[in-house]
Design a protein around this ligand. Structure first.
Ligand code: NZQ
Ligand code: ZN
Length: 380
């Protein structure tokens, strides 16, 4: 096992923590507050942020939608450049926080912002950013990752850089009280698949990472099973589990897959499928497609997460248990549940994967375009 790991994001976790914002940004910084379509105006989060920023020099930018587009984000980049913004604060879910990472990196770059996700520009600096999380799902509040879209070409691409790690993340579980059920389910499923992407490969010798991944999966399963009994503890546990699922720790020094995400991103970009729901379509089919190489780890997950007994078909039973978990949350696991024109859709997705160089995905780089096509064809 060999790895480098650092996660310097200060976490302010718990009820009423938004007030601590006052002490987290230097008073001489000019702040751009970025948020989404307005949920924070309705649930009191905006008012809490405004109260904490009293006395600061701050301006705001709203309208960052789900699956944020550079067409919208570039308007905020312009504000940063024109108004000499020193600090960018994202108040929202993964889309807003991912968007803030793009804004912060693009604000100090003179070229086209799209150069960032395409890799033409390697990020060497960015404005400092902070995050106030309103939707637990992506872990974006304390990780290096971002996913942005280009509406004009219907592309959705990830990028990552330590320069865009938030300086702090404020996580008050009370903000989840206004989340629609659909978004809560999305968050749970996204966190679940993040854990799987870093765990469901082959047996490792990393007892800490594997054991912690299993603890997170058991936690998320318990929360899903108790979806109707949400209380303060339920919300706090989901918020923390989703953060821990993708803050870099469980993936350190172990093999990772991420093919489900790369194929899922194309489904979202082309057809607007919610991020988490795209994953639930791809993952079970992908696990069956890669069954031989993932069998041992599936068996380990079956025993340690679902409590299944050893048997000849334990690995397949584990995949069925994953599907049953999604179905229990009313999440579809097949393409046909999202529309009829399946053959054309698959051709379209394969074309996009090819254009984006997604030619050898998965922990063994064994998922070529041929396997990606099979995975989509089998997701029916
Ligand atoms: O825009 P507003 O009005 O705020 O409404 C949002 C949005 O419509 C609403 N919402 C958020 N908090 C709320 C709330 N509504 C009521 N009460 C609240 N407290 O929820 C809707 C969805 O928000 P969004 O930020 O899009 O959801 P999520 O956090 O699931 O983020 C998804 C995005 O993150 C990317 C995805 O690809 C997608 O673009 N990902 C980012 C990752 C990362 N940075 O590490 C990893 C993930 O795998 C993922 O790819
Ligand atoms: Zn995800």
């Amino acid at each position: 096992m060999k790895f480098s790991y650092v996660n310097p994001t200060l976490i302010q976790f718990g009820q009423q923590q938004i007030a601590s914002l006052t002490d987290l940004i230097a008073k001489d910084q000019k702040v751009l507050v970025v948020y989404g379509g307005g949920s924070i105006k309705k649930n009191g989060v905006y008012d809490q942020v405004a109260a904490a920023l009293e006395g600061f020099d701050w301006v705001e930018f709203s309208g960052v939608g789900a699956n944020p587009t550079i067409e919208v984000l570039d308007q905020a980049v312009k504000i940063c450049k024109e108004q000499d913004i020193d600090f960018v604060l994202g108040v929202g879910g993964g889309s807003v926080i991912d968007g803030v990472k793009y804004i912060a990196a693009s604000a100090v770059y003179d070229g086209e912002g799209w150069d960032i996700p395409t890799g033409k520009h390697i990020i060497t600096s960015a404005l400092p950013i902070g995050a106030i999380l309103t939707l637990p799902a992506t872990g974006s509040e304390s990780n290096q990752n971002s996913v942005v879209s280009k509406e004009a070409t219907k592309q959705k691409l990830p990028f990552a850089s330590p320069e865009v790690l938030p300086k702090f993340a404020i996580m008050d579980p009370d903000v989840m009280k206004t989340l629609p059920q659909r978004q809560l389910v999305n968050g749970l499923v996204d966190a679940w698949v993040h854990t799987c992407e870093q765990y469901l490969t082959f047996p490792e010798t990393a007892l800490v990472q594997e054991g912690y991944a299993e603890a997170l999966l058991r936690t998320l399963k318990t929360l899903g099973d108790n979806f109707e009994n949400q209380d303060d503890a339920w919300r706090a546990n989901l918020m923390w589990a989703a953060n821990q699922a993708l803050n870099g720790l469980i993936g350190s020094g172990v093999s990772q897959d991420w093919a489900t995400h790369m194929i899922g991103h194309e489904l979202t970009a082309a057809y607007g499928v919610d991020h988490a729901r795209s994953l639930a379509i791809v993952q079970p089919s992908l696990l069956r497609n890669q069954f031989a190489v993932k069998k041992a780890k599936l068996e380990q997950m079956g025993k340690n997460v679902f409590g299944l007994a050893q048997s000849d078909d334990l690995a397949e039973q584990t995949i069925q248990a994953i599907e049953a978990f999604y179905h229990s949350l009313d999440v579809a696991t097949v393409l046909t549940e999202h529309g009829d024109d399946k053959a054309a859709a698959i051709d379209n997705i394969i074309g996009k994967l090819e254009a984006h160089g997604m030619l050898a995905l998965g922990e063994n780089q064994a998922i070529t375009l041929k396997e990606s096509r099979e995975i989509l064809e089998q997701a029916v």
